[in-house]
Design a protein around this ligand. Structure first.
Ligand SMILES: Nc1ncnc2c1ncn2[C@@H]1O[C@H](COP(=O)(O)OP(=O)(O)OP(=O)(O)O)[C@@H](O)[C@H]1O
Length: 328
């Protein structure tokens, strides 16, 4: 992975350009079915999607660890299929699975990585001390990686991923399996490091709150395709009207209630999940009155009706789940 010289970085203001990317694994599994994405330099970009959506495959392609079947992916102006060595010295990649040596200390794990990237002897210790301080690892410098908590081990692995000050950092589900406090701690330290070293960050996640809070842009991926893309605020605005959550007194009324909802002209989406009906429709008082009156007239008792602005979760549910679509 390390190279003696640094190539001139190209790509203008774009860090990643993906065009019609396809990946078919042996056995005929279509992991990517024509992904298009453009990621600006300096942004924090999230790939959000359910299990098996193709997030890791996209990450691995950008990290030049797997070859696309068709289409192109450019990282910092370099082609992932023909210019992998130029890309590898400019990026940091931290996979989903543990990648530190469990039997080496925190300091030795970082030292190993610094040697791999041929950081000069004089600079190595300064950089390692800085990273241990940034990621709250100073007091654990001599601990073996296997002795660290899940959150600390993840922080060590991210520190290892940026030891060479990459321009682009790829993190595959950085907080998976961590408790809420550990997630917050990690994001706090990570965003400070990203800011200071002026990195572009691309991360994949299942956590909507992380996307809402930290990402400047997000692509929602499902079954190997980009289903929606934009800033979290833009995506929320895409959902017209408001979100209504109706809880029925009797779960058994669910199907009948869905039939009634289908008759309301301004309902754009409706979904029945575990005894609750999630409806997108008109944003006015009249709409919610119409909804409750129709239910009452057919003896369907409503326990509660809540109204909210669309959340990123609503967008996610809408683009990744088969909902009732009256226009379909
Ligand atoms: N090495 C491989 N060989 C064969 N199939 C694979 C391989 N890696 C991934 N797949 C398949 O490709 C599809 C996409 O997988 P991928 O890991 O990219 O999704 P993901 O969105 O990262 O999922 P998760 O959130 O579960 O990590 C899945 O159907 C998966 O089973």
């Amino acid at each position: 992975m390390p190279m003696a010289t640094h190539p001139t970085e190209t790509g203008g203001t774009v860090a990643v350009e993906i065009d019609q990317l396809e990946k078919t694994y042996s056995g005929g599994i279509h992991a990517l079915r024509g992904i298009n994405l453009s990621i600006e330099k300096g942004s924090i970009f999230a790939l959000l999607g359910p299990n098996g959506a193709g997030k890791s495959t996209t990450m691995r392609t950008l990290a030049t660890l797997t070859q696309a079947t068709a289409g192109t992916a450019k990282v910092l102006g370099f082609d992932t299929s023909t210019e992998s060595s130029q890309i590898r010295q400019k990026i940091g990649y931290v996979p989903q699975t543990k990648c530190s040596d469990p039997y080496a200390s925190v300091r030795d794990n970082l030292l190993f990585q610094a040697r791999v990237y041929r950081i000069r002897r004089g600079e190595r210790m300064v950089r390692i001390d800085q990273l241990m301080s940034d990621f709250g690892l100073m007091d654990s410098a001599s601990c073996m990686a296997s002795q660290l908590s899940g959150g600390m081990r993840r922080r060590l692995e991210i520190a290892m991923g940026i030891v060479h000050k990459p321009t682009l950092l790829l993190l595959d589900e950085p907080t998976v399996g961590l408790d809420p406090d550990a997630r917050l701690e990690l994001w706090d330290m990570l965003t400070k490091a990203v800011d200071r070293d002026k990195m572009t960050l691309v991360f994949s996640t299942h956590y909507l709150d992380e996307v809402d809070q930290y990402a400047s842009k997000v692509a929602i991926i499902d079954a190997g395709r980009v289903m929606a893309e934009g800033s979290p605020a833009e995506l929320k605005r895409c959902i017209e009207g408001k979100m209504y959550t109706v809880e029925l007194a009797r779960r058994s009324d669910g199907d009948a209630a869905m039939e009634i909802i289908r008759q309301i002209p301004r309902v754009t989406r409706a979904l029945q999940i575990g005894g609750k009906l999630h409806i997108t429709g008109g944003a006015d008082h009249e709409f919610s009155q119409q909804l409750s009156q129709l239910m009452k007239s057919t003896n369907i008792e409503i326990l509660s009706l809540q109204v909210a602005q669309a959340s990123l979760g609503d967008v996610y549910t809408r683009v990744t789940t088969k909902a009732f679509d009256p226009s379909a």
